[in-house]
Design a protein around this ligand. Structure first.
Ligand code: A3P
Length: 453
């Protein structure tokens, strides 16, 4: 009531004031606001870069005052958030810094220059839930077919190694059950993820899910029971594996996977297969062209160059770092996010080129990393002159006493190893220059030079 009377009185005084008096009052108000701004707000407010907020051309207006207060509040809430995140991640920090020590010949030591925010710039976002629900039926059918196939293999004795002739260590033991994955191939798309999974399946103690699960990047809301339900039936002494290449680059997946491993008291082992990021981007683009044709849509009308490069007004070209196919290739930044949650003993980086040219050597490193008893042999890999890739001799893995139809050599399908779209030398050079510093960073982090130009 008193306030209303005060406002009424002020309005009355304003009404009675002359033009000069109004100007004088306005100057006084601005003056007081200015003093208040400089003494109270500016002395306390510093931006992240350490520079004080600057009032617009020295004119202190009421809006300036209000906005500086809200900036101060925003900064405080950001600080609070950071403090909270630091607290949450303090127990991951040890593994993160430790992660950088694994490099045997490493010169890498700028762990703290990348903030969470700067690393997340490279991630891809999760698809919206309503879009996913449309595909749910199709997804269920796919997993049902996979289940039927895996049960048939068990019934036919094709999962092998029940025989007493097989060395004790490789015999299947315990109950057949759907089990949560303990090994996950998290990426990268077009790096050779399918080949890696097929090679792992040559090992009798690996039980793998055929289709990509997309649990952590798409169907997390469906819950853990859904996740386990989609896995094949595995024996107790088998390691269950799933692969979803988009996990590596999708926002929030590393964090959720860490929570998953904690909930289940699992020590997860993660595999990432990387390939020259320029070749990977071209392979990715080639695949998208094929997919458009398959869906009877016209091939994407933007050429690779149009998608990958930005042309400035003066005609100069630079790489479009926001294009998904480019973002995926910035491996070091993605890996840093993963090292915030997992120790180096939990993540192994496989060379995509190594898997193509020397599959035996590459898979032996994986076998060792996974602590699997040594089983995979050089003879498992047979070079196919037509396909120009190695195929896998599964008969060496499934030698049970059950008479099985001769298992043919398993070569990957036509969607793997197809010829790529042609790109100009200029574009290739721009991409190589763009990726180079990130590649160097990756080599330092994992202590291995992948030899990309
Ligand atoms: P290209 O089709 O570009 O040659 P992903 O399974 O992650 O989609 O990766 C596909 C890539 O795996 C292929 O890319 C191919 O180069 C590579 N690859 C590795 N080993 C292979 C093999 N034995 N047979 C076929 N492709 C293989």
């Amino acid at each position: 009531m008193t306030l209303a009377r005060l406002v009424a009185w002020m309005l009355y005084r304003l009404y009675r004031m002359s033009y000069k008096q109004i100007c004088f009052a306005f100057v006084c108000v601005c003056g007081f606001a200015g003093i208040f701004y400089y003494i109270v707000i500016q002395s306390a407010s510093f931006s992240v870069t350490g520079k004080p907020y600057v009032a617009v051309n020295g004119v202190v207006s009421l809006t300036g005052l209000l906005s500086s207060i809200s900036q101060q509040q925003l900064k405080m809430s950001l600080d609070e958030q950071r403090a909270h995140t630091n607290l949450e991640e303090s127990h991951h920090r040890k593994s993160f810094t430790h992660g950088l020590k694994i490099s045997t010949n490493s010169t890498y030591n700028n762990a703290e220059t990348d903030t969470i925010e700067s690393l997340e710039r490279f991630t891809l976002s999760r698809p919206a839930k309503d879009k996913l629900l449309k595909h749910a039926e199709h997804l269920d059918e796919k997993f049902l077919r996979n289940d039927e196939k895996s049960i048939q293999r068990i019934v036919d004795g094709l999962d092998g190694h029940q025989s007493t002739q097989v060395s004790e260590i490789f015999r299947k033991k315990g109950q057949l059950q759907k089990r949560f994955p303990t090994i996950i191939i998290v990426g990268v798309k077009k790096g050779g993820t399918r080949a890696l999974l097929e090679m792992l399946k040559l090992h009798p103690q690996v039980c793998a899910c055929g289709p990509e699960m997309h649990f952590f990047d798409r169907y997390y809301f469906k819950g853990l029971d859904w996740y386990r339900g989609k896995m094949p039936l595995c024996y107790e002494n088998e390691a269950s594996v799933e692969k979803t290449p988009s996990y590596f680059v999708t926002n929030g997946v590393a964090k959720d996977m860490f929570a998953y491993s904690k909930t289940l008291h699992h020590t997860l082992k993660l595999l990432v297969i990387v390939r020259d990021p320029t070749t990977r981007a071209i392979s990715d683009y080639t695949q998208s062209q094929y997919k458009m044709l398959l869906n009877k849509k016209f091939p994407v009308n933007r050429s690779f160059e149009q998608s990958a490069l930005r042309v400035a007004a003066d005609g100069s070209k630079s790489v479009d770092s926001q294009w998904g196919a480019i973002k995926i290739g910035v491996y070091s930044k993605h890996l840093k996010r993963w090292f915030r949650y997992f120790t180096p003993e939990q993540i192994h980086v496989v060379s995509g080129e190594g898997l193509i040219n020397k599959p035996y050597e590459e898979i032996k490193m994986v076998e060792k990393f996974l602590n699997l008893p040594s089983f995979i042999k050089r003879e498992h890999f047979v070079y196919n002159d037509t396909k120009k890739f190695y195929c896998f001799d599964r008969s060496l893995s499934y030698k049970s006493e059950v008479v099985t139809p001769a298992l043919p050599l398993r070569c990957l399908g036509t969607t793997k190893g197809r010829s790529h779209v042609k790109i100009s030398e200029e574009t290739r050079k721009l991409l190589r220059n763009y990726f180079r510093p990130f590649n160097e960073e990756l080599y330092s982090m994992v202590g291995r030079n992948f030899g990309w130009q």
